[in-house]
Structure formats: structure tokens, C-alpha cells
Design a protein around this ligand. Sequence first.
Ligand code: TXA
Ligand code: MG
Length: 293
Amino acid sequence: MAFGTETVYGLGGRADSAAAVAAIYAAKQRPAGNPLICHYPDLESARVDAEFGPVGLALAAAFWPGPLTLVLPRAPGCRIAANAGPPDTLAVRVPGHDAARALLRAVGVPIAAPSANPSGGLSPTTAHHVLAGLGEKIDAVLDCGPCPVGIESTVLNLSGPYATLLRPGRVTVDEIEALIGPLGVPGDEVVRGPGLLGPHYAPRAALRLNALCATAEEGFLAFGEGGRAQGPVFQLSTRGDLTEAAARLFTGLRLLDDIVLRRGLSDIAVMPIPNEGIGVAINDRLARAALRT
Ligand code: TXA
Ligand code: MG
């Protein structure tokens, strides 16, 4: 069943059931090597499956419930099915969304939930987006309203010799470093998120980044003032607010993608987004979407 979180909608299934985990991979057509995040209603329940250590506990105390995923060593009694991820580590998160946590508390088992989209596509931020992408493949979607953050959680690897960022999100590197000190630079010695490399989050249309104007043959994803477009426009935030832009990013890309394909336009031109705060995560998703072609 799909459900909303503060970041994006997830496609949830029992993480302790190999059959449920296999059904998630099948519905999304997700490559088997790309592991799933396990979701919990609180820190206590997550500690059954993962070894936190002092750094993990400090981060959980500061940012949970909220949009931060921690990759940790598995606990000895870990209940998670073998096909949900690597044998030694586990990605865990406590979502900052009341309906999601109520659901997780009611089911009483860890819930594996990747974003509820066909693999490689744009993450869904409304129940309608979920149905558009996976409607034929899933039993139900719990409509939790539009996701307030709108961009997937920050993923931090704490399973290696030092903490490294695997995916930028609403919780920024500055906020994390203020608490635990400088992060390491990911290298060969640390686990990298297999799904975090290369093209991802792709609309069907091509993207042209850092564009200040768009021709009549292009859709235009605008941010703030100063852009000029002759074709269809989606404004991420008139007042140039990055938080608002993140919440509207995937909806805007979907709408422009549909229009570009329907009208036979050439691509989506995207205005520059300041690379600060959650803007880092927005630019990460846009860069991956643009890699597609
Ligand atoms: O905001 C979110 O995190 C959403 C909501 C539904 O919680 N979920 C989400 O899941 O974005 P997904 O599967 O689309 O992205 C999870 C990322 C993947 O790229 C995966 O490679 C990485 O986290 N990941 C999961 N387990 C990992 C592990 N054990 N080690 C390294 N990376 C891992
Ligand atoms: Mg995803």
C-alpha cells in the first residue's frame, strides 16, 4: 500500500516479509541491487533492527521525526528480510508526518518503502501522482494530502569509518555538521547508495538547465523573477523561496513533461536555482533528471 510522508509518497510493505519486499520490487520494476529504506514510528522501534551508536542517536534526537535517513550497521536481532538490502547495513527513518507515523504504529512492524513511482521516474508528492504511475500495480494508496517537503529524505551513511552524505535533502549538510562535525568525502571505502548514482528522477522530456529564457518550443520551469518564456510556464516560487520550490518541484516537472510531450515541444528549460539550503537537493534532482539523455 502506498502512503504519504513529509517528503514523498512511499510504496510500503512489511520489511520482515521476503514476499512483501519482492512485491515492492516487482511493482516498481526496481533493480534488485537498490536497497529499501525501512520506516518506523519512533527511534525505539528502529533500534530493534539497527545499531545506532552515539552519532546515530544524536542525529535521531535532533532530526527525528523528520526527513533524514540513516544508513547504519544491522543489529544482531535484525528482522528485515534478506532481499530488502545488503546483509550488513540498513537504511532507517522515522517520517515527520502524523498520518504516516500513525500507520506505522498501527501495523507494528517495520515498513520498507521506496518512493511510490515506477523505477527511474519522478517521485510522487500527491496520491494522484501515485495512481498515475502505479495505479494498476498496487492495492491502495492512503491519501495523506500533498507532501509538505516535496523532495526525498537526506540519506547519511553512518556505517563506514566516517559519516558521508549519500543524498542531499531538506536536512542540510550544514545542519548535520553543526551537530556531528565535518562529513567525509565519499570514496571507494564507503557504501554508496546504488540508486543514488547516475540518471534518476527523470521526466520523459529532456531538460535544459540554467536557462534564463525559453523559446516557444520549450516548457519553462521558472524560479522567481527575471526569466522570459514564450511557451508554457510553471513557476516554482514567485518570491524565490527555496522551500516552496522544493515542495512544488515534482508537480511542476510532471505538468511540464505532460505538456511538452502532448504538444511535441523540444524540452523543458529550467531557471538557475541557488545552491544553498534545500536548493542543493533541488539541483541534485534536476542534474540527475538532465543526465537521462
Ligand atoms: O524520503 C524518502 O526517503 C522516501 C520516503 C518514501 O521515505 N523514500 C525514498 O526511497 O526515497 P527510495 O527507495 O526511492 O530511495 C532510497 C535510497 C535509494 O537510492 C537507496 O539506494 C538508498 O536510499 N539506500 C537504501 N538502503 C541503503 C543502504 N543500506 N545503503 C546505502 N544506500 C541505501
Ligand atoms: Mg526513489
